[in-house]
Design a protein around this ligand. Sequence first.
Ligand SMILES: [Zn+2]
Length: 264
Amino acid sequence: MKFFNSLKLSFLGMAIISVSFAVNAQSISEYRAKHRNLIAKQTNVKDKIKVEEAQNYARDLYGDKDVTSNSSDIYEEGWNSGSVNPYNSSNIPSSKNIDVSKYAMPVKHRMITSHFGYRKQFGRMHKGTDLKANIGDTIYAAFTGKVRLTKFERNGYGFYVIVRHDNGLETIYGHLSKFLVKEGQYVKYGTPIALSGNTGRSTGPHLHFETRYMGVAINPEKIFDFVNGHTHRDHYVFNKNSSDNAGNNNQQAAKSSKRSSRRR
Ligand SMILES: [Zn+2]
């Protein structure tokens, strides 16, 4: 049996050698003639490139940057405030259709370790979803936008990043160990923005992830299906008085940051 196997192998080897001989056997003059023929048939393709194609190419190269120029007003209100919620609550529209079709999951793990909502034992809202993440795991921008804050809060978020997005949302990433972006930097969805950690008021390594519209914390699970790794729909409809929200006002945010011993 062994003998037959080695015989088969040597036949295979011979076959390969003879094929490569055949390829090499093609003379250089034949090869040149073939390629001369190809060059002769070449037409000027430049004229055929349409403006539209060039635009598509540029879009591929530069991502969705063109979207930003159409929505530059998004990057104005409270941009330099330095606070988690920089918005004036009186400006919040009652309803808003938010495009969440282009997204990335903020962390590779698919496990929720703590849900959004009221935490009885702490007497306050948990304004985000906690996702499984080990120290040093890459954290990705959930949507395209611009980094508004990279900051440290010892008794709260620890090292955290806030990104404001073209779609109007802001996302917050807490308890990080390292920043990979700078304030003002434009990031496309899926761009690595930080490394996960256990900084701030945290009981173990995880990512605290918030999705906010005009400062109103929306339950991230209403937008993302974290277990299956996608957004539920291409659009999320924000409603000011929806039960998806943590309820908004700056007073509440200020109060919770003063009560610094609470876990986020
Ligand atoms: Zn949390």
